[in-house]
Design a binder for this molecule. Structure first.
Ligand code: PLP
Length: 362
């Protein structure tokens, strides 16, 4: 039986119908000229969504974490200094990935639920190889100010996690001066999980590690297949159906227009947040850095005798709505409610608010 879930967790979001149809497209070989045309167009569409002219812009085979690994393994090696902003789970993960590569990790922490201080990031070390931060912290619902870090980064390469931001809030890789960014398909792009759109700017490209410690994620090797310079050479078998799906999702997004998609996410997120406050919920993130596409609320003390897990289970079982639990220091204390991709529609906001009102008897 097909599920009719409304996916309002931190991810995945509901895919666009055009994306679902794309999965039924007959399979092509990954070196078939017809497929390579779709791949090239997908990379063009990614350049449009990232707002970049970076030639090396591609969907990495794997989820958002594969993009994170690819970013670090190609830019950071033993002894390199990596300044990492940490105000949530995914900043923590960046530290772990960089440390495993032997980097000297310089952490710049902010409390979970607060934004990072851009000045602290750019002043943390006199000559880091990279400064890395998460644009939209999915664990807390906080937006970090990438532009301000980009302005002060000096010679360091700026590495940005755009997993939850791309397509949902403004991201302007070239205008801001982002050297490398990666994302995920399952959030604001409205495509199931499985690929990590990644873009590499000229300065980062010039500093890509030769023979990085991952063969699979070696961007220098993958570039031969994606860019096709001197003929396409096989690196690994491209996940053809996922690329069809991403191609379709990006088509929907660009037809709506980036500004249109940002405005839709903004309108739905703010309506949800206003509705939650009206129901008596306290929002976690401060207003100036509150993401529209991912809202965190503190779980109220009085849930009418239910546990927080009971409430989420009831929403799922009775109403078919998934919301996310808190993680890390917010486990059991907060809920994370996504409004991303195809899910970001007024009807879903109303459905959730109505369901919460009924379950909590407010
Ligand atoms: N970075 C951020 C900000 C995320 O929200 C996520 C996943 O939710 C990831 C990285 C990891 O992505 P994935 O779970 O697709 O591997």
């Amino acid at each position: 039986m097909f599920s009719d879930r409304v996916l309002m967790g931190p991810g995945p979001s509901n895919p666009y119908p055009e994306v679902v149809s794309a999965f039924t497209r007959p399979l092509l070989g990954h070196l078939d000229p017809e497929f390579l045309e779709v791949l090239d167009e997908t990379c063009d569409r990614l350049r449009a969504v990232y707002r970049t002219s970076n030639s090396l812009t591609l969907p990495v085979s794997g989820t958002g974490s594969a993009g994170m690994e690819a970013a670090f393994v190609n830019l950071v090696g033993p002894g390199d200094v990596a300044v990492v902003g940490v105000n949530g789970l995914f900043g923590e993960r960046m530290c772990e990935v960089a440390a495993r590569l032997g980097a000297e990790v310089v952490r710049v922490d902010a409390p979970w639920g607060e934004p990072l201080d851009p000045v602290a990031l750019v002043e943390a070390h006199p000559s880091p190889a990279v400064i890395a931060l998460v644009h939209a912290e999915t664990s807390t619902g906080v937006r970090n100010d990438v532009e301000d870090v980009a302005r002060g980064k000096g010679d360091a390469l700026l590495l940005v996690d755009a997993v939850t931001s791309l397509g949902g809030i403004p991201f302007d890789a070239d205008l801001w001066g982002v050297d490398l960014a990666y994302s995920g398909t399952q959030k604001c792009l409205g495509v199931p999980p499985g690929l990590s759109p990644l873009t590499v700017g000229p300065q980062a490209r010039a500093r890509l590690k030769q023979r990085p410690s991952s063969w699979y994620l070696d961007l220098g090797l993958i570039a031969h297949y994606v860019e096709g310079a001197g003929g396409r050479t096989y690196h690994h078998t491209a996940p053809v159906s996922m690329i069809f799906a991403l191609h379709a999702g990006l088509g929907v997004l660009l037809q709506e227009g980036l500004e249109g998609s940002w405005a839709r996410h903004e309108a739905c997120g703010r309506a949800l947040q206003a509705g939650l406050e009206k129901l008596g919920f306290e929002l976690v993130a401060p207003a100036a850095h509150r993401l529209p596409q991912l809202t965190t609320v503190w779980v109220p003390d009085d849930l009418g005798g239910l546990s927080e897990a009971d409430v989420r289970a009831t929403l799922l079982q009775r109403y078919g709505i998934e919301i996310g639990a808190g993680v890390g220091v917010m486990a059991g204390r907060a809920w994370r409610i996504g409004c991303m991709g195809h899910t970001a529609r007024p009807r879903n906001v109303e459905l959730l608010l109505g369901a919460l009102e009924e379950v909590l008897g407010r």
